[in-house]
Ligand binder design. Structure first.
Ligand code: SAM
Ligand code: DTB
Ligand code: SF4
Length: 329
């Protein structure tokens, strides 16, 4: 059953379960709604890098960070389509285009729609993450063929203010509402390992699982600590500050149980994650990853490592999200 009325106490109780019971329950739910050995593959491209006016404490692209990253202009549509063709050839099913903006400017909308239409025409699913959207912008992107829009809540409403001050939680919720109203699928998740408490992780999943409709796709990022960002510098200074693997797997399992139909994406942070931890995440219900050797500005596990892991685990790329979901209805 799909519930959107979860309480924080219920979610806290999931986190508190014996680990093996939690994994068993997550796997049971997973098999009810998803093909057990299939993982969806998405590829990311940064179509506009750096110089972002927002102050997200984890991000290399914020103008507030001292990462030495050069601010670039929006890429040409032709170059974007060439990268999409490469992603398709490498077996990816979805192409996600990210821009370091607070929000897209009206003058960029034509170019963005051209990119969406071009990528879609290649037979790839399309996804963008461009910051806040007005209803009009969401509608235009949807009409151009955009399948998914990624906009994260990032953390609990309480902890959020410690990470970002230039954009409110409510503004994020408003963008999610505009995306929903435009008919696009919602991709919304956040980051763990930022030094937050378990209570903050509970509050984060509570915010996602009590949205009027669950996001179709839920990225769970493990913080990639980047030197020159406020959060990265703080965590790099504290030895052993990386989130405990078991607690990370618990977060994935709880997301799976709370949002049974959603695709849960094991997103940033895989490059420094052991194969064993990734395998536990798949067992806990993660069924999507980013392929390739780069995310937006940081490294990713890469095709070779992923092919080896998939072969070891007997995993297959997901060809369609529909059959498993329909079977569960
Ligand atoms: N500018 C747009 C926005 O913020 O909505 C889109 C791009 S932004 C990089 C997308 C998401 O990537 C963020 O919301 C955050 O969850 C994640 N992210 C960014 N930097 C990260 C890092 N260093 N480690 C883990 N996740 C990160
Ligand atoms: C999301 O939740 N994770 C992706 C995607 N949405 C756009 C981004 C991860 C970025 C990791 C840091 C970087 O490469 O700059
Ligand atoms: Fe800008 Fe997005 Fe980075 Fe925040 S996460 S600084 S909005 S690019």
């Amino acid at each position: 059953m799909i519930r959107t009325d979860w309480s924080r106490d219920e979610i806290g109780a999931l986190f508190g379960m014996p680990f093996l019971d939690l994994l068993f329950e997550a796997q049971r739910v997973h098999r009810q709604y998803h093909a057990p050995n299939e993982v969806q593959l998405s590829t990311l491209l940064s179509i506009k890098t750096g110089g972002c006016p927002e102050d997200c404490g984890y991000c290399s692209q914020s103008a507030f960070a001292e990462t030495g990253l050069k601010a670039e202009k929006l890429m040409d549509a032709d170059a974007v389509l060439a990268a999409a063709a490469e992603a398709k050839a490498a077996g990816s099913g979805r192409f996600c285009m990210g821009a370091a903006w607070r929000e897209p400017k009206e003058r960029d909308m034509d170019a963005l729609c051209t990119m969406v239409a071009g990528v879609k025409a290649m037979g790839l699913e399309t996804c963008m993450t461009l910051g806040m959207l007005t209803q009009g912008q969401a509608d235009r992107l949807a009409a151009a063929g955009l399948d998914y829009y990624n906009h994260n809540l990032d953390s609990s409403p309480e902890y959020y203010g410690e990470i970002i001050t230039t954009r409110t939680y409510q503004e994020r919720l408003d963008t999610l509402e505009a995306v929903r109203a435009s008919g696009m699928a919602v991709c919304c998740g956040g980051i763990v390992g930022m030094g937050e408490t378990r209570e903050a992780r509970v509050g984060f999943l509570h915010a996602l699982a009590t949205l009027p409709e669950h996001p179709e796709s839920v990225p769970i990022n493990a913080l990639v600590p980047i030197s020159g960002t406020s959060l990265g510098d703080r965590l790099l200074a504290e030895r052993d500050s990386k989130i405990d693997d078991i607690e990370f797997v618990r977060t994935v399992a709880a997301a799976r149980i709370l949002m049974p139909r959603s695709i849960v994406r094991l997103s940033a942070g895989r490059e420094s994650m052991s194969e064993t931890c990734q395998a536990l995440c798949f067992l806990a219900g993660a069924n999507s990853i980013f392929t390739g050797d780069k995310l937006l500005t940081t490294g990713n596990a890469g095709a070779g490592a992923d092919a080896a892991l998939f072969a070891k685990l007997g995993l297959q790329p997901m060809t369609s999200e529909e059959p498993a979901r329909v079977a569960a209805e």
